[in-house]
Design a protein around this ligand. Structure first.
Ligand code: 5GP
Length: 192
């Protein structure tokens, strides 16, 4: 997606060879017209798959998931990291473990069994694909629910990391709006 690549080049800040900060339009301040176009792009790619729900992980995937869901006219479910009083400990849940690339810690995520079931056809959405932990964790939740996984929509794939290969090898169809080839010496290059 050309507009997104341009935005990454003008507003993205390369923190080091592995980490890109895009908080001016994706992770802190949100560029709403761009989000809308990203949602439309994912819709055009997956519209014939009978998607019934969009699944993401809190928190950075939620906004992209919502704009995508507007086009599909389906609910968004986000895997939660923390227990809350309204989701009682007694609720049946699907749980999985995810290693966070940015926080360098392992954490558990869960989805209540009320919101994913075997009739669902799921599109996964996330902001970044790095080592594939978040996507594989979400795919695990979908599999526990007996739901069908239609594919994954990613805003920025860092193609020099192992996640893209790993999830595609696992048979997950991935649509990335921008695929970064390298971030060497502060310079970002893309795979066309
Ligand atoms: P993975 O699970 O594929 O290793 O990492 C994906 C998750 O880590 C995404 O949900 C995203 O929030 C975060 N992440 C990974 N790499 C980056 C990065 O370079 N910049 C930012 N802002 N987040 C990242």
């Amino acid at each position: 997606m050309q507009e997104l690549k341009q935005k990454i080049l003008t507003d993205g800040r390369v923190k080091n060879e592995h980490v890109l900060a895009v908080d001016s339009f994706l992770n802190h301040q949100l560029d709403i017209p761009l989000f809308d176009k990203m949602g439309e792009y994912f819709f055009n790619r997956f519209k014939d798959r009978g998607i019934t729900k969009i699944l993401t992980i809190e928190s950075s995937g939620i906004a992209v998931a919502c704009f995508t869901a507007r086009y599909f006219n389906v609910p968004v479910v986000f895997a939660r990291k923390t227990q809350s009083l309204t989701l009682s400990a007694m609720d049946d849940k699907y749980c999985t473990e995810v290693y966070s690339f940015t926080k360098q810690t392992q954490y558990s995520v869960f989805v209540s069994q009320r919101y994913l079931n075997q009739d669902d056809v799921i599109l996964l959405i996330d902001d970044f694909l790095a080592n594939g932990q978040a996507l594989m964790g979400m795919a695990d939740l979908v599999s526990q629910a007996g739901a069908k996984l239609a594919g994954a929509g990613i805003v920025i794939e860092k193609a020099f990391q192992e996640g893209g290969g790993k999830v595609r090898e696992a048979g997950i169809e991935v649509c990335s709006l921008a695929r970064i080839q390298a971030m060497k010496e502060g310079r970002i290059t893309f795979i066309d």
